[in-house]
Design a protein around this ligand. Sequence first.
Ligand code: PLP
Length: 228
Amino acid sequence: MDALKRRIADIDHEIAAACERSGRERSDVTVVAVTKQVSAERAEEVISEGIFHLGENRSEGLLGKQQQIKDPVTWHFIGNVQSRKVKDFINQIDYLHALDRISLAKEIQKRADRTINCFVQVNVSGEESKSGLSSEEVGPFLDEVAAFDKIRVVGLMTMAPFTEDTEFIRYVFRSLRELRDDMAAKQLDHAPCSLLSMGMSNDYSIAIEEGATHVRIGTALVGTESEG
Ligand SMILES: *Cc1c(COP(=O)(O)O)cnc(C)c1O
């Protein structure tokens, strides 16, 4: 088996085990292959293994891959967004995982020609270096974006803190799930907020145990261009 097939088989196995441990259905978890650090060719190999959700964090990377890849991909934009870049890519994506401020919502409202599925990014652990709303800000933010008909809040997204402390990582993921449950309970038309984007190469198993519906896996899945 080649290296890519092996990595995908290992990830499938891990995901199935995490679902089993937490009594979840495998079909409730979507793998977003983060291809930001690899070529369009590598992305096409990933697609040929049956993974049709790709994540990019820059408009250049996204548009470059879209030019080359003709398969029916579901495109996820996962990076911090500069407002001035919104017009370049907002109508080319299926999901935005990084809605974290009203000024960005305004720019999307202005530039989008259809409703954009957005995850609101939350900085659960309050690390200075991370973008995202604090947990307390999310409720008022959802009320505020009701005014923007181009924005549909499909769920919440977070990045785990940089730490070896898996119990703390678990606590962060669990906190996001609880916040998601609270927001979904509001039953807002513009913000069903049923999804949870959390978990990357090093922590996706924990994220799935804690309820992730979308795991964003880069290096562990796509590898690095030099190593194959
Ligand atoms: C790069 C990136 C990922 C993937 O990271 P890996 O550690 O390579 O799995 C996931 N989410 C976001 C927001 C990223 O920028």
